[in-house]
Design a protein around this ligand. Structure first.
Ligand SMILES: Nc1nc2c(ncn2[C@@H]2O[C@H](COP(=O)(O)OP(=O)(O)OP(=O)(O)O)[C@@H](O)[C@H]2O)c(=O)[nH]1
Ligand SMILES: [Mg+2]
Length: 594
């Protein structure tokens, strides 16, 4: 083989080796079955081995008999029951000798000059009840440079043969030649022609291939070669039709065509595997697009959740508003009752007035507001978590369902990661939301509300020791009234009481109403702002838990991009090498065109 290769072809062969190694890696990365990956490695390893013809066919078709006829000697055992139980590689040797290479592989040395030019492999029958036979034969197909497909006249192209042909051609892109054995069983030339046409149309239909078929009788050929009777020998040899097959094997396959076939065979295989890989990558791309679409839908759902939560908050704002209205009602009552001559002592004692106001009007409003806000935050977190869990679970279920329907080996790795990521997201979600300190959250909101309320109303509100909102409330409701009365002397008040006090009362009540109205709208606005912010933060945290998923999709996308680019490059390289082989090793033999 080496002797036949000029430097240009040696380079082609080295490039083929590099191509196969790259192909092996890409198949591995794309999650193709290990057996296929191993076979590609096998093909690369045997690039500079001797030309390999693998003889396949159903048991009893006459594979071993054809080889015996070729050698003119009983090299292989033959018989009417499943006979060949091991793949047997026939190699040249000075004397006949067997060596067991592995459980199902035997090397048989044989002193035939033909075996110096090529190796022949006899295989167990593919449809025998011994299933293992089929498997070991299949494992040998990737390595073949040419497949000799033996079928027999009495059962040409059976269903199992069709399946096996598909495997040889579709999965591995091997070139093949048919041997129609037991032609001696044909009663007439017409009958034989019919069978040949049956095989031809089967091949056209099955693989769009115009097959080369050698109809032979291995039995007659063997007898012709081994008889001592010269007259019968010529007769049997002619009847056996074996000569064209013998010429094909001993001359075509050992001549220049051998080199071309040898160099073309790995490229045929690479092309088939690349086609299969393309389909796989396409599936992967589709699954990825689906996941991306679902992720976008999930984000949309999150936006809808935002609206729902904002809506739910109104209830708590209304609760706070009611509390303030009650303050107003009690305040009016308080002012009505206290701005009177009979209460002149209280009116003149600024501190006591404020104390009474706090006791009778404010009461525990401050605390109640705090409770409302705490309840609001609590509700938000629970609701957000519930909505989130529901959304994520639905999302995940859809992904699982999709994964189940399109459960291909291509996506196995991807689907598994999805499950892992989903579990991590759920764990992270509850962890993040459980670490919230509710009362702390409520206090933060309230103090923000306080600073959001009109500062003019805050003037002089030295409400140390009171609750968060007390200062605001006090400032908003009492300061001016108390301040105003505080300035008046008791004499003036006593004298003017009758006429001044009712006016002052009306004025103080109107002012209180005014102030509380202002306060209500300020508080409502500030709470709305705070709650919106709280929603945004909570949802932001939830959305952030999606990040591993986003990353997974990104990784998957970039890996698919990479595999596709590599696929395209390998395809181009395969074509380039095909062209180089054609250029440098002669024109294609039409009958063996791939
Ligand atoms: N009539 C006829 N019988 C043949 C011919 N060639 C082989 N046979 C018979 O067919 C049977 C099977 O032949 P084998 O060569 O053992 O078939 P095989 O395909 O190697 O079978 P396995 O090793 O079991 O897969 C034997 O009994 C042969 O004698 C032929 O040309 N004509
Ligand atoms: Mg056999």
């Amino acid at each position: 083989m080496e002797a036949l290769l000029h430097p240009g072809l040696i380079r082609v062969r080295d490039d083929e080796r590099a191509l196969l190694n790259r192909l092996r890696r890409v198949l591995e990365d794309a999650g193709v079955e290990a057996a296929t990956v191993a076979s590609v490695e096998d093909v690369a390893r045997h690039l500079d081995a001797l030309f390999l013809v693998v003889v396949v066919g159903e048991f009893n078709a006459g594979k071993s008999s054809v080889l015996n006829a070729l050698f003119g000697e009983p090299v292989m055992e033959e018989g009417p029951i499943p006979t060949t139980a091991k793949v047997t590689i026939l190699r040249y040797g000075e004397e006949r000798m067997d060596r067991q290479l592995s459980e199902y592989l035997v090397e048989r040395r044989y002193p035939s000059p033909l075996l110096r030019a090529l190796h022949l492999v006899d295989t167990p029958g593919t449809n025998s009840i011994i299933r293992r036979h089929q498997e070991i034969t299949e494992q040998f197909i990737p390595r073949a440079d040419l497949v000799l497909f033996v079928t027999s006249y009495d059962r040409p192209l059976t269903e199992s043969e069709r399946q096996f042909l598909t495997f040889i051609r579709e999965a591995w892109g091997k070139r093949l030649v048919f041997v129609l054995n037991k032609a001696d069983l044909a009663r007439s030339d017409e009958a034989l022609a019919q069978v040949l046409e049956h095989i031809r149309s089967g091949c056209r239909e099955l693989m769009d291939l115009e097959p080369r078929i050698f109809p032979v009788s291995a039995d007659l050929a063997f007898r012709a070669k081994t008889t001592d009777d010269p007259a019968r020998r010529a007769d049997w040899w002619a009847q056996s039709r074996f000569e064209p097959l013998e010429t094909f094997i001993t001359q075509t396959l050992t001549g220049p065509d051998q080199l071309r076939l040898k160099l073309m065979s790995p490229l045929d295989t690479a092309a088939r595997l690349l086609a299969a890989l393309e389909a796989r990558l396409h599936q992967r791309r589709t699954a990825l697009a689906e996941d991306e679409r679902r992720l976008a839908a999930l984000r949309e759902r999150l936006a809808a959740t935002r609206a729902e939560l904002a809506d739910g908050y109104r209830r708590y704002i209304a609760e706070v508003d009611t509390l303030l209205l009650e303050v107003e009602r009690r305040g009016v009552q308080f002012l009505t009752d206290t701005i009177r001559v009979s209460q002149i002592g209280l009116l003149r004692d600024r501190d006591r007035f404020r104390e009474e106001f706090a006791r009778q009007v404010l009461r525990t409003t401050d605390h109640q507001i705090e409770q409302s806000v705490t309840a609001a935050v609590d509700w938000l977190l629970k609701r957000a978590l519930a909505l989130w869990t529901q959304t994520l679970t639905e999302f995940h279920e859809k992904m699982q369902a999709a994964g189940g329907a399109a459960a291909t080996a291509a996506q196995a790795g991807f689907a598994y990661n999805r499950q892992e990521v989903f579990d991590a997201i759920m764990r992270e979600t509850s962890r993040r939301l459980q670490t919230h300190d509710l009362s702390e959250e409520a206090r933060r909101i309230l103090s923000n509300v306080q600073s959001g309320v009109d500062t003019v109303q805050m003037a002089g509100a030295g409400a140390a020791g009171l609750g968060v909102l007390s200062g605001v409330l006090l400032a908003a409701t009492t300061l001016d009234a108390v301040g105003g009365f505080g300035l008046a002397s008791s004499a003036v008040l006593a004298a003017a009481g009758l006429t001044v006090l009712p006016r002052q009362r009306r004025k103080a009540i109107a002012e209180l109403r005014d102030r509380i109205e202002g306060l209500r709208s300020d508080v409502e606005q500030a709470l709305t702002r705070q709650f919106d912010q709280q929603i945004a933060e909570t949802l932001g945290k939830l959305e952030a838990t999606l990040e591993p998923y986003t990353r997974l999709i990104e990784r998957e996308r970039s890996e698919t991009d990479r595999l596709e680019a590599e696929h395209a490059a390998l395809r181009q390289e395969t074509e380039r090498l095909r062209h180089a082989v054609r250029e440098q090793a002669g024109d294609a033999d039409d009958a063996l065109a791939g």
